[in-house]
Design a protein around this ligand. Sequence first.
Ligand code: PHE
Length: 339
Amino acid sequence: MKSKIEKYLEEVRSFEADNLEQLEAFRIRFLSKKGLVPALFADFKQVAAEDRKEMGQLINELKKAIQEKIVTLKQQLESKPDNEASGMDLSLPATVQLGTRHPLSIVRNEIIDIFSRIGFNVSEGPEIEDDFHNFTALNFPPNHPARDMQDTFFIEKDPDIALRTHTSSVQVRVMENSKPPIRTISPGRVFRNEAISARAHCIFHQVEGLYIDTGVSFADLKHTLFYFAREMFGENTKTRFRPSYFPFTEPSAEMDISCNICGGKGCNICKYTGWVEILGCGMVDPNVLNACRIDSIKYTGYAFGMGIERIAMLKYQINDLRLFFENDLRFLRQFESAE
Ligand code: PHE
């Protein structure tokens, strides 16, 4: 027995552990219930009386040596950086790829930001709309060709239920549910039955703007949109308004900004005109106010609607609309640094 204990003592003294797992295995080998030390204590019962004192001391010495060894090695291992103890280098830079915001979300948030600064709130409406909110209340007479301007995806006929073709339907809902003064923007998805190309998609995003109060004029509309264009595209941006037609606004206009790519000199983005169209707008037609039970004698207002894709394409110089919907990480990761 003596030689056995001395052999163990030798082993304990020379033991080194590279990590906590090895140290634990060492502890189990000697000190666990079925370990070598309890086995020695069991054998001790058979030791002759005259040897007991010496053997008892030796076993205790062994036990103490083991316990001290464990404490010392544990301290050593724990004071080493974790990485070495676990075999991993945790000081390496993290390789987790953080997600990025989609460019359309970035632009939408920026548009919301710009208009919130001048007191517009944000409103939303359903993507599945009835004929009244998408067309009739917006002064599209039944069977009027203007309904064909927007190739509609119908879901049900009679009564007509469709995917909204524009966010102007949210204007109607806001006017129905609140009283002037109204100052709101409505971002959302819209749907049109169009062939997918670099310039068109059957799903895209718009932001609608609506301002209703007493004495609102076209000058207010122009000034608000001029402010928007400068905030979005830079302070040297110029705007111009061209007459246009929408059933729900009168007069109606389309707004161009000076091409932010060539600075107005002419390039293939602006088709060498120096200007690019970014939105439709106008004074809310009194018929629309009446349909929404707003007094069109007392109140006037303006509305505008812009495509988020178009703004994003100009802002980031993206020349194919389909890139927004393909979710190619090589494209999306380019927006990592933006908020
Ligand atoms: N709804 C129109 C469109 O989708 C845009 C618009 C909105 C025009 C508000 C005027 C006023 O083309």
